[in-house]
Design a protein around this ligand. Structure first.
Ligand code: SF4
Length: 375
């Protein structure tokens, strides 16, 4: 009898080698996200467990959530133009535009309207649906003339049937409302890293000031674009910390750029070791599982990754890229190379999200263009 009991017990006991095949945190949380939708009460430990799931499992479950929450072949193409370059008073350690570092970058004042519109038209022709304008400023306080010029650019580009994004440093409440009135779709303001690691990267503005800008953007009814950079010398805890802050905001950012540091000579981070593709995949898939609806953007540093490596990022849940030869001041993949990648991987450009009247205007413009080019 005792022998039979022992046999029965041993039959029902899981052999030790199968324990490692029990569901990973990525599998459990992806299933829950698909079943119950987005949540905002993530604990750091939960995110850490997802981030540390076996890499292929994490990638697979990033893809699972991606396919549930998005049209998985669609990739948003955004073009980022530096409309005011260099001479910035801030000390962000990774940035060649800071006036504190000797990177050989030539500063430029705000670009005139014709050049900006021309760049937006070129981006649209190349298939870009969102045009982002970046200015190397701490904030826009005391820059009324420049700010009004930018409002004018926003209106004009929005009228071309493109989504428009700006990244101009810290914003006050009224400036966010003005940008919204001008038709701005999204505002980019990255948190860069975790609250704990942040003082190692920037000393001239606080983490809370960054969050305050995001609050003004959100309250003005503008979409929030906020993410970070990996490869700054941060620990895994900091990557998890960054994702935790983003995923516990009252509303998840509509866009989450994941940047790999581009170490520029002359900046304090010039000797940082390049980020590996597996680190990017961990960040992208984790972001996808915990913020299912966000556009997760494979951003700076993409040029270093091969086409198959980029394909893994799209599989893991990235669905937005920056196109165009420059990404502010650093090199980026050119239009032709990206076109080839889209064709090869069967990716489809994501159409812009416009209001009904804007969509009608854009459609009429496209018909006009088609008629003109056929004649
Ligand atoms: S990241 Fe922006 S705020 Fe920081 S130094 Fe560069 S331009 Fe200035």
């Amino acid at each position: 009898m005792q022998y039979q009991m022992m046999m029965r017990r041993s039959l029902f006991r899981r052999p030790p080698h199968t324990a490692k095949y029990s569901s990973s945190a990525a599998a459990v949380e992806a299933d829950r996200t698909v079943r119950d939708g987005a949540r905002h009460d993530w604990k750091k430990d939960e995110i850490k467990s997802i981030y540390n799931s076996p890499i292929l499992d994490l990638l697979f479950h990033g893809a699972q959530v991606h396919r549930h929450a998005h049209k998985f072949r669609e990739v948003q193409q955004c073009t980022l133009l530096s409309i005011k370059t260099g001479g910035c008073s801030e000390d962000c350690c990774y940035c060649p535009q800071s006036s504190r570092y000797h990177t050989g970058l030539k500063p430029h004042k705000l670009m005139g309207k014709d050049s900006v519109i021309e760049a937006a038209e070129k981006a649209k022709e190349a298939g870009s649906t969102r045009f982002c304008m970046g200015a190397a400023w701490r904030d826009t306080k005391g820059r009324k003339t420049n700010f009004n010029q930018i409002l004018d650019y926003v209106k004009e580009i929005r009228g071309m049937g493109m989504e428009v994004c700006c990244t101009l440093g810290m914003l006050e409440e009224q400036q966010a409302l003005d940008l919204k009135k001008a038709g701005l779709t999204a505002y980019n303001h990255n948190l860069d890293t975790s609250r704990e690691f942040y003082p190692n990267v920037i000393s001239t503005r606080t983490y809370d000031e960054r969050l305050e800008t995001l609050k003004h953007v959100r309250e003005a009814g503008i979409n929030v674009c906020s993410g970070g950079i990996i490869g700054l010398g941060e620990a895994e805890e900091d990557r998890v910390g960054l994702l935790h802050t983003l995923a516990t905001l009252p509303s998840h950012p509509e866009s989450v750029p994941i940047n790999a540091l581009v170490a520029v000579k002359g900046t304090p981070l010039e000797n940082q070791k390049p980020v590996e593709i597996w680190e990017m995949i961990r960040m992208i898939a984790t972001a996808r599982i915990i913020m299912p609806k966000a556009m997760v953007r494979l951003s700076a540093g993409r040029i270093r990754f091969t086409l198959p490596e980029q394909a893994l990022c799209f599989l893991a849940g990235a669905n937005s890229i920056f196109t165009g030869e420059k990404l502010l001041t650093t090199s980026n993949n050119d239009y032709g190379t990206d076109q080839y990648m889209f064709d090869l991987l069967g990716l489809i450009p994501k159409p812009p999200e416009l209001s009904e009247s804007e969509a009608k205007y854009s459609e009429a413009e496209n018909i006009k263009e088609a008629v003109a080019s056929s004649g």
